[in-house]
Design a protein around this ligand. Structure first.
Ligand SMILES: C[S@@+](CC[C@H](N)C(=O)[O-])C[C@H]1O[C@@H](n2cnc3c(N)ncnc32)[C@H](O)[C@@H]1O
Length: 248
């Protein structure tokens, strides 16, 4: 099982971020609308469901949602919310954990594919997603485009948050295609430090992983409102399809 970087301390403050746009109602609405459109009258599985930031409003929108997550602390936060006990969650690694159902949509948002820090694990994640899709179903990933082009020449560190309560820096290791996100956060009057390892991954490599898993690219956008994906996009929302007739 991979290390759990979302223990009690992180989980307790997860839904209370400092200016992170992912938690703004408009951003959540756009994500939920996109996923609900794909799901139609089918169901959805969230890999890394966490505290239900997306799963809960998606279920409220009428899509039956299940989840997989390795952090019992994050899932405890989900359970403490209204409706949080209505979403079945399997505790385990989303690269290998199976639930006994197939879905119209499997989704993995907010850069979470990068929490799998080897290529093998990321390929296994695609295979696991494909296994849980009905024919005609969709696997959706939201992840940053690696920011190597935006690093100052010769530098390996880039700031992603600089506020009075949160300092965040990504430290890149190009040889290993890795990065470590370092956070310093002011929590309850004390500065807390934590560092989380990621494997950054390019869209083309994800497309190859999808092919290995028997999926094919259907659409790629730079955001949940279907903004065009271009050379300047800093992130993408990609949808791969499992061939076959449309899932019921
Ligand atoms: C950034 S949070 C995202 C949570 C939620 N999807 C959201 O959008 O708010 C990443 C979540 O993925 C979970 N996670 C990370 N790696 C995992 C793995 N290999 N297997 C299962 N869960 C994992 C963490 O425990 C955490 O809940």
């Amino acid at each position: 099982m991979p290390d759990d970087y979302f223990g009690e301390e992180v989980a307790a403050h997860y839904d209370d971020p400092d200016g992170s746009e992912e938690f703004e109602p408009g951003a959540i609405d756009a994500t939920v609308q996109f996923l609900a459109d794909l799901a139609g009258d089918g169901s959805a599985l969230e890999l890394g469901v966490g505290t239900g930031r997306i799963a809960l409003p998606l279920q409220e929108r009428g899509v039956a949602v299940q989840g997989i997550d390795l952090s019992a602390s994050m899932v405890a936060q989900l359970r403490s919310k209204p409706g949080g006990d209505t979403i079945p969650v399997a505790i385990g690694d989303f690269a290998s954990t199976r639930v006994d159902a197939v879905f119209k949509v499997v989704y993995l948002v907010f850069n979470t594919i990068g929490n799998l820090t080897s290529q093998d694990e990321q390929v296994e994640c695609f295979r696991n997603a494909a296994r849980h899709l009905a024919p005609g179903g969709f696997f959706v990933i939201e992840v940053n485009v690696p920011e190597l082009r935006r690093l100052p020449p010769g530098e390996t560190v880039k700031a992603f948050a600089v506020t009075s309560t949160h300092l965040g820096f990504d430290e890149f290791d190009v040889a290993d295609q890795g990065l470590v996100s370092h956070h310093w956060m002011l929590l309850d009057g004390r500065w807390e430090a934590r560092s989380i390892p990621f494997r950054y991954v390019w869209p083309a490599e994800l497309d190859l992983m999808a092919r290995i898993a028997g999926l094919r690219l259907r659409e790629r956008w730079s955001g949940w409102r279907r903004e065009p994906f271009t050379s300047d996009s800093t992130k993408h929302v990609s949808v791969w399809e499992k061939p076959g007739s449309v899932a019921q």
